[in-house]
Design a protein around this ligand. Structure first.
Ligand code: ZN
Length: 434
């Protein structure tokens, strides 16, 4: 057998092995942020330049796809680009040939998508030039990039010093790192890492105990095990200051664009914080086999007094994710008087207002956190509607948090500095017969 056939055979075998392995794995993308404060001058310059070169290469190729979309272009050290002064040459020094290959592969893929759409009768245009290239493919682990997990760093081909990154701790042990992308966003640079994770490692035991949620203003979420989750991401002072500054600057001036860019970055930062909180809360709730909510009139809240507060909490986002993603979500009619009824004896109390944070039952002596009382009512009403008998009964430990639940909430929620977790109280007093 010749050397090349032997080589081909080896590649074929290894591909087959990978395919078999992937059957028991699921892909997951992890977001790593490049720590900007730890960058040296070379790294900062390289990051700026590499995205510029990616744009040049992309536009150069798209300008003449027929002649330029080929392996020859991957080897180019110089491209020609159109400027207001005519064509000028630009050196390619940061993009490695693997990165160039990745960019060309993407163009090929976009073209084939366009032609598929065309075959279906959809009207399609041509590939457009880009004014900014924000996403560079890093194809091969070990070649274009290397993860140095114990050092919290990622090395990228062509750059001597590895980048210090945040977020490597999220990646489980024994996962296969497949590919990565280098991303430019208004708030900084990121590496998106695609990993393959063992299915068994993902499939954690679900918590069998059903859980009900009350969405409130003061504590955004109260769970029927007594966990109260509080958070709020408000517009930062910096954002307000920048917005004020912008109104005083000359439209279209250099400083105007500078400020506008800073505002974008600040918005992105706030958005990311909010998103992360939503993700964390959702992943905690996902652990439960049955989740119950009352179909709140969020829209009414929005227009009312609490509009701004609700917007800052993103409660709407959490509810829609629950509705879209949980097969076992049970929802209770919004008109059920869950705040007025005693969850212990069923006595109804009419004179409870929004400022009463504690529910005191004159009939049975229950003194309970107001929102926790509501969640237990939601649980009771919801479970009574369920067809399957397995969860029909109210769990005996409802209102209490189990060690498993406490551990899960600590692991998932407490890694985010904007989330505060506390526990609601319940006690039994002698009934008041006065
Ligand atoms: Zn009562």
């Amino acid at each position: 057998m010749s050397v090349t056939t032997l080589k081909k055979q080896k590649i074929k075998e290894s591909l087959k092995k990978t395919k078999e392995k992937r059957r028991n794995q699921v892909p997951k993308v992890y977001q790593l942020k490049i720590s900007y404060s730890n960058l040296n001058k070379d790294q900062k310059q390289w990051l700026e330049k590499v995205f510029l070169e990616a744009k040049w290469l992309y536009n150069y190729t798209v300008a003449d796809i027929e002649n330029r979309l080929n392996p020859q272009t991957e080897k180019l050290k110089q491209v020609e680009i159109k400027t207001p002064n005519g064509y000028e040459k630009r050196e390619i020094t940061c993009l490695s040939s693997q990165m160039k290959q990745g960019i060309l592969d993407r163009i090929k893929k976009n073209l084939s998508n366009l032609s598929k759409a065309k075959q279906k009768g959809i009207k399609v245009g041509k590939l457009k030039f880009k004014s900014d290239y924000k996403n560079i493919p890093l194809k091969q682990n070990g070649i274009t990039f290397k993860v140095l997990k114990d050092k919290n760093r990622v090395k990228i081909q062509g750059l001597k010093k590895p980048f210090r990154v945040l977020g490597l701790h999220q990646i489980p042990e024994n996962s296969d790192i497949a590919k990565a992308e280098l991303i430019k966003k208004p708030d900084g640079y990121y590496i998106y890492l695609t990993c393959y994770i063992d299915k068994n490692q993902i499939k954690k035991e679900k918590i069998k105990k059903p859980i009900a949620i009350d969405f409130g203003i003061k504590h955004q979420l109260t769970l029927s095990n007594g966990i109260k989750i509080k958070y709020s991401i408000e517009e930062t002072k910096r954002l307000k200051r920048l917005q004020k500054k912008l109104t005083k600057q000359k439209k279209g001036s250099k400083n105007y664009f500078k400020t506008r860019y800073k505002i974008q970055r600040e918005h992105q930062k706030i958005y990311n914080r909010r998103k992360d909180i939503q993700n964390k809360i959702f992943s905690l709730l996902k652990r439960y086999e049955h989740v119950l909510i009352q179909d709140e009139a969020i829209k009414q809240w929005h227009s009312g007094l609490f509009g701004k507060q609700i917007q800052n909490t993103g409660i709407g986002g959490i509810i829609s994710r629950l509705k879209n993603n949980l097969e076992t979500l049970i929802s209770v009619d919004r008109y059920e008087a869950t705040t007025k009824i005693c969850s212990n004896c069923g006595n109804r109390k009419e004179d409870i207002t929004l400022s009463d944070r504690t529910y005191r039952c004159e009939n049975c002596g229950l003194v309970i956190d107001r929102d926790l009382n509501s969640t237990i009512n939601i649980l009771k009403i919801g479970l009574s509607k369920v067809e399957t008998t397995t969860i029909k009964n109210l769990p005996t430990d409802c209102g209490k948090v189990t060690p498993v639940e406490r551990k899960a909430s600590a692991r998932i929620l407490e890694s985010n500095p904007y989330i505060r977790v506390s526990y609601a109280s319940v006690k039994q007093e002698a009934p008041n017969f006065s």
